[in-house]
Each structure stands twice: as structure tokens, then as C-alpha cells.
Design a protein around this ligand. Structure first.
Ligand SMILES: [Zn+2]
Length: 204
């Protein structure tokens, strides 16, 4: 049995000043680094929204529910992990990318990045895309039975990742104070939905 922290989409475009900046994103990034430093997780992984041609996920007239301004274009500066995570960059055991050709809210749609995300040009996938493991398989191979989920945005990709983690049979918790929400006024409803689905809500 092992546990893992899943850091969802803590990327420049989702932090203040980014294409789809969420208030509190930078604070979440810094707090996540401090949390990881003081906590003995067996594994720590991060996800990246990583768009090449995601169809209707991008829009010139976004509704901010199902369509969004252009963000996290693969290999562009906005898709990089925020510098708030720099203190734990060497602690990341895997980086999983999702959303290349469709909307991808859940980290469980992600596959391990070639070179563990160090070749941010995105073109060097020598092993071929099909060879890279999905997040659930990667966790399973390492005996992970318990995950905690943090990151951006609480009400979109954190929510979707947590629901998929429960579906994958993992004991799952979200730590709200290490997340940032697009719609903070709906946070209570989101946490209630997660609890009902079997997700634990942890204070820290
Ligand atoms: Zn996206």
C-alpha cells in the first residue's frame, strides 16, 4: 500500500496573469510546495492541461462553463508548471498530460509525459504516444491505494480528477485550502457533491 499526492494543473495560464487565471492560483502553488516538503508522500505527481487542437474546448466567445479562451497550448510558456512549484520540481515522480485533442478535465485522462516533462518542446515522444502509461495504471503499478488531490481549479479539473479517482477504486481526498476555484461561490456545492461521491475533504 502506498499513497500519492496528485497536483492538478498548477500552470501559468491558470494562475494570476495567465490566459485563464484563477484568483488564488499562485498562493495555491506556493502552499502546495510547502505542504509537500513537510509531508511524507510515497509519490508526488503533477498533471498538465496540454492542448494541441482541443476543438470546442477553445472559443473566441467562451461561456466559461464548456468553452474557454485559448490556454495551456502545448509547449507554450502558459502551459509550464508555475514557478511556485519550483521547490518541489525534483520531487515530482511523474508528470501526466491531458487534453491534446479534446477537453480533458480529469488527470486520469492524462498519460505520462516523455522524459517526465523535462522536454517541454513536446515533440520528442520517441516511445510513441501509445506507450506512455495512463495515470491510473502508473499508480496501480506502484501499489498506490490512496490519493490526495490539490491544485487548480477546484470546481473543474480537481473535481473531475477526484471523481475519477473514486471510480478507480482509490481512497480519495481533496484538500480545499491547497486548491483555487473558478467560481468560489459554488465551492460549497462542489465539496458537497464530492463528499456524496465518496471523496474525503481534508483540512490539510
Ligand atoms: Zn483546457
Amino acid at each position: 500500500m502506498a499513497d500519492a499526492l496528485i497536483i492538478v494543473d498548477v500552470q501559468y495560464d491558470f494562475c494570476e496573469g495567465g490566459a485563464l487565471g484563477v484568483d488564488g492560483g499562485t498562493r495555491a502553488a506556493e502552499d502546495i510546495s510547502e505542504h509537500v516538503t513537510g509531508y511524507g508522500y510515497d509519490y508526488v505527481v503533477a498533471t498538465q492541461d496540454w492542448h494541441i487542437e482541443p476543438g470546442g474546448h477553445f472559443s473566441d466567445t467562451p461561456d466559461f462553463v464548456d468553452s474557454w479562451p485559448v490556454h495551456c497550448v502545448a509547449g507554450e510558456p502558459g502551459s509550464a508548471l508555475h514557478s511556485g512549484l519550483d521547490p518541489i520540481r525534483g520531487r515530482l515522480d511523474g508528470i501526466f498530460r491531458k487534453g491534446e485533442y479534446t477537453a480533458g478535465y480529469s488527470g486520469f485522462e492524462g498519460r505520462l509525459a516523455p522524459g517526465n516533462g523535462r522536454d517541454d518542446g513536446g515533440a520528442a515522444g520517441a516511445a510513441g504516444e501509445g506507450a506512455m502509461p495512463h495515470l491510473a495504471d502508473w499508480l496501480g503499478e506502484r501499489g498506490v491505494t490512496e490519493v490526495r488531490i490539490v491544485g487548480i481549479a477546484t470546481d473543474y479539473c480537481v473535481r473531475a480528477t477526484a471523481l475519477d479517482a473514486v471510480r478507480a477504486g482509490l481512497r480519495t481526498a481533496v484538500v480545499p485550502h491547497l486548491t483555487a476555484a473558478v467560481h468560489p461561490e459554488k465551492l460549497a456545492d462542489v465539496l458537497s457533491e464530492l463528499r456524496t461521491a465518496g471523496v474525503e475533504i481534508h483540512a490539510g
